[in-house]
Design a protein around this ligand. Structure first.
Ligand code: NAD
Length: 510
């Protein structure tokens, strides 16, 4: 009698399986449910990914719990040196990692290297953990008494990541958690887990001990098991608002720390005094790069006053973008992640037309010679977009730009603050006063000033407002050290042999 893993191997003899990482070993899952990892430019099945069983999730968490007993006591310098080695290995393997990422995710090779590089920066930051995980000390807070804090690891932490940055976002999570002395269970996106697994292998090669990093695959059931597991102390999530809200509620109810970075509808405000050429180039790059599948993509441009006359130039610049597979040189816009994602984007474009927006550039059904099966959608631009239209109210997550207009900067700010999402925004202007007003009055996490929505470098933390974030502390940067550690506050007094003993009615007065 064959078990499910053997039956699976017999059914798909030439397609590799994605392994689980449990206790330092890459293991074949005995899952019954599997899913294809598909190249979005060609529909080639690259691998099959399992949906881990409850026993496998239990084994991963138990391995993390065991490993925590020694890892938490590992000196900070020893932890830091692993991440020094790890950043070197990522650099050495950059081309291979980018090729895997492009094959399974679709973005261009240059963009894939950017995805890895932004994660690599967090690994470099983790190598500096000695300077980051320091407590505070106040000397002589009372007579002969000192108070100080210890930032101690929590135990097993978990991360749940989305498809759109399969290198950067896992690297936002496990390096900092592990550098702080925790162990980790990672659940990558089931749509593109291959580059994440290669990064996990390199982490082992860098010296992460068995059980300190574990990886399980799957979807809803695996995520729910992570939220419920009593031995997981903290959960980091990045993905859609719908799923993130569920994860936040479920994991919080189970008593865990939770941080959820979620969906976006990022507006860029264009004032008429902005440098026109630079602004249009920035907008086009930020909207259509990675086929619009960035949480920091600009998806709405608010043209203020006379900037409304820029539409024709914007459209003609967007028309110059080359739509092709991510591996082809010179590609600007690759495919979206799946056939289902493409159908969803096309459906929203149809609704935009039906609901009365003006289709200035129609990217439906582009012809991509040699990649006729790919999930391509070309750059698409709508003008006259208003709240209440589906293309405004929903996160499209494809190469679609909505143009709205506003008479004044105040009107533009009101529009953005009324949108439920608060992930990123940008303003383009040559007026310092306007930029400063915008920075002060806008209720959005990441703000770009003449920069089309930057992901903060790891000296800072990623953040978000309103429906884009749940939890107080953001991923990576200073905030995540607080998230991944328990602060203990110690107040101490030492007596020398000649001192008087303290009676029961004596308190240490502060
Ligand atoms: P998603 O929410 O569908 O999936 C994220 C993770 O949740 C995946 O690991 C997936 O397996 C799991 N999941 C999916 N459905 C689930 C369910 N019903 N129950 C429990 N778990 C489930 O997100 P996605 O489509 O992979 O990624 C795109 C989304 O992520 C966009 O909304 C984008 O804005 C957002 N995102 C946000 C940030 C940020 O920092 N704010 C960064 C990147 C992506």
């Amino acid at each position: 009698m064959t078990n499910p893993a053997q039956a699976h191997a017999a059914a798909f003899p030439f397609v590799p399986t994605v392994k689980l990482l449990i206790n330092g070993e890459l293991v074949e899952s005995s899952a019954r449910e599997w899913r294809d990892v598909v190249n979005p430019a060609t529909q080639e099945v690259l691998a099959r990914v399992p949906f881990a069983t409850p026993e496998e999730i239990q084994a991963a968490v138990a391995s993390g719990k065991r490993a925590f007993q020694t890892w938490r006591k590992t000196p900070i310098g020893a932890r830091a040196r692993i991440f020094l080695k790890y950043q070197q290995l990522i650099r050495e393997n950059m081309k291979q990692l980018a090729a895997i990422l492009t094959a399974e995710q679709g973005k261009t090779l240059a963009d894939a290297e950017g995805d890895i590089f932004r994660g690599l920066e967090v690994v470099e930051h983790a190598a500096n953990i000695g300077g980051l995980q320091m407590g505070e000390l106040a000397n002589n807070v009372a007579n002969g008494v000192d108070t100080y804090t210890l930032l101690q690891p929590l135990g097993v932490c978990a991360g749940i990541t989305p498809f759109n940055f399969p290198a950067m976002i896992p690297l936002w999570m496990f390096p900092m958690a592990i550098a702080c002395g925790n162990t980790f269970v990672l659940k990558p996106s089931e749509q593109d887990p291959l580059v994440t697994m290669r990064l996990a292998e390199l982490a082992l090669e860098a010296g992460i001990p068995p059980g300190v990093l574990n990886v399980v695959h799957g979807g809803e059931d695996v995520v729910n098991a992570i939220c419920d597991h009593p031995d997981i102390k903290a959960v980091s999530f990045v993905g859609s608002t719908r799923v993130g809200t569920h994860v936040y509620q479920r994991a919080s109810l189970a008593g865990k720390r939770v941080q959820c970075m979620m969906g976006a509808k990022n507006h860029a405000v264009i004032l008429p005094d902005a440098n026109k050429e630079q602004t249009i180039n920035s907008l086009v790059g930020a909207t259509f790069g990675a086929a619009g599948q960035r949480c920091m993509a600009v998806s709405v441009a608010v043209l203020v006053g006379d900037a409304r006359h820029w539409i024709a130039d914007l459209v003609s610049t967007a028309k110059t973008l080359k739509i092709n597979a991510g591996v082809e040189p010179g590609t600007d816009v690759g495919p979206v992640i799946s056939c289902a994602a493409r159908e969803r984007v096309l459906g929203l474009i149809e609704r935009g037309v039906a609901e009365g927006a003006t289709l200035e550039l129609d990217g439906r059904r582009p012809h991509v010679p040699g990649y006729e099966q790919g999930n391509f959608v070309g750059p698409t631009i709508f003008s006259g977009v208003k709240p209440g239209m589906s293309i405004y109210d929903q996160e499209i997550f494809g190469p679609v730009l909505c143009l709205a207009s506003a008479a004044t900067l105040d009107e533009a700010i009101d529009l953005i603050n009324a949108n439920p999402n608060g992930n990123g925004t940008a303003i383009f202007t040559q007026s310092g006063a306007a930029a400063r007003k915008f920075q002060e009055e806008i209720d959005v996490g990441q703000i770009g000033i003449n920069v089309p929505i930057p992901v903060p470098v790891p000296l800072f933390s990623f953040t978000g407002s309103r429906a884009s974030k749940l939890g107080d502390l953001g991923p990576y940067g200073k905030q995540v050290v607080t998230f991944y550690t328990q602060t203990k506050t110690v107040t101490q007094r030492w007596f020398d042999d000649n001192s008087l003993s303290v009676g029961v009615n004596t308190t240490i007065a502060l």
